[in-house]
Write a protein that binds this ligand. Sequence first.
Ligand code: FAD
Length: 452
Amino acid sequence: MNLAIVGGGIAGLAAAVKSYQSGVEAITLFEGSDRVGGKIRTSWFLGHLIEEGPDAFLTREPYALDLAALVASDNDFVSPSASAALIGRSHRLYRLPKGLVLGAPTSARQIIQADLLTSTERASALAHFFLRPHAELSTDNLGLATRRRYGRAVEDYLIDPLVGGINASSIDHTSMEIVAPAIAKILQSRRQSSFSRPTQPARPPFLSVRDGLESLVAACTAFLIDRGVTVKVSTPVKALEIQNRGWVVRTSDGDQLFDAVILATPPAQSSDLLRNLAAPAAELLNGIPTSSVAIITVGLARPPVRIESDISGILSPAPEKRLITAVSFAHNKWPHWCEPGTGLLRISVGRRFDLRHTQLSDDALVARVLDEASGLLNEKLDPTETRVTRWPSSFPQFLPHHRKRIELLQETVTSLPPLAFAGAYVGGSGIPTCIKSAHRAVDRIIQTTSDT
Ligand SMILES: Cc1cc2nc3c(=O)[nH]c(=O)nc-3n(C[C@H](O)[C@H](O)[C@H](O)COP(=O)(O)OP(=O)(O)OC[C@H]3O[C@@H](n4cnc5c(N)ncnc54)[C@H](O)[C@@H]3O)c2cc1C
């Protein structure tokens, strides 16, 4: 089989590795930009390697660890040195009560301990908790399910900042099945009045690579090239066409014939490539919204005074109306990112329905977030260096019943030559989930081609 993979982010790279392992004879990966890795970007900042995109991956599912072990034997994994989170409400910072699951309480005690909620909000949350243990679960809308179970304040100030923060979303009209299956589980088990907390795995829940996540990308690329896979950068695929029972892939290098295609491009680009071939598929892809975010990296001569060393960051709930969604204390979380004794902040802005940052110049954005961060920390911040990294349309949004949409998407292309989809929008934005989607896409292609 001669396979084309379009898109050289982690999903495309993982699809190429898995295809090679599965015995696909000829593999070509097309990447439109001048570098592979997509949203994984490691760079130098004040003499140290930092991340401008993702900074770690979850280890609960083994996909990222397995890929790293396959392509490099000398991985130097590193886990966050700090993990406690604060919530910024009004002019105060509050520690999250221990034991929440993605912000969701599993006991009345956690609600009582949530001192960031007013006493009225806590009373209302407790009333929901005790009086509505059988809250409606037939919904896949995370906001609705948690509002019914815990009330509005828990949704706004505990769950949304965590889950919405990770996904640049609002948890209302977000698929619980995709973004917070752990919350679905506790709501479910609460019905049976027995939630058993998952046993802690032996390894840390998050890991990264000391030389940066882009070193994993480089190892994947070297693995592929060494094994005869063609990796073409600066080669955007302009169009796909059908010829006989295969595909023509059109790039500025000319037309090339393939037996099968894996699209590992974001939803809008995948939609464009299918518009003239499979209008219903293009429409389903177009119906997946995305959020734009930016990361502002800030170097400080010394760490903020009030922040203890176990604190990894501050989350800013949407009702607070700040541009900032989170401030991560990289000097605590990843001490190897900066000189000892200095401070390093990674400030995130942007979420669904909040595009304010896109209307500001880099200078204005830096000034605005420094002002907000100074307010949160109650301390004037005087940066030694700043960097703005913009990620337009970067976070796919998972509307309720997203999984059905993806099943339908795959069904609508069954009459075409072998075609499968991989990437963050398929089943979740996390790196391991992107890799999992790539494995499934390869399995599907192999299944389809062996059936014909
Ligand atoms: C700021 C930020 C922080 C994040 N933090 C984390 C984190 O801590 N942990 C975590 O697990 N995840 C995190 N994520 C999410 C994760 O990084 C992404 O979901 C994942 O990297 C997406 O991989 P992908 O391969 O699906 O897409 P992408 O990385 O977007 O790759 C798609 C590729 O397709 C290429 N392309 C597009 N059109 C064409 C075309 N026509 N022809 C050829 N190539 C094309 C693009 O240039 C791009 O390289 C974060 C994301 C961002 C933006």
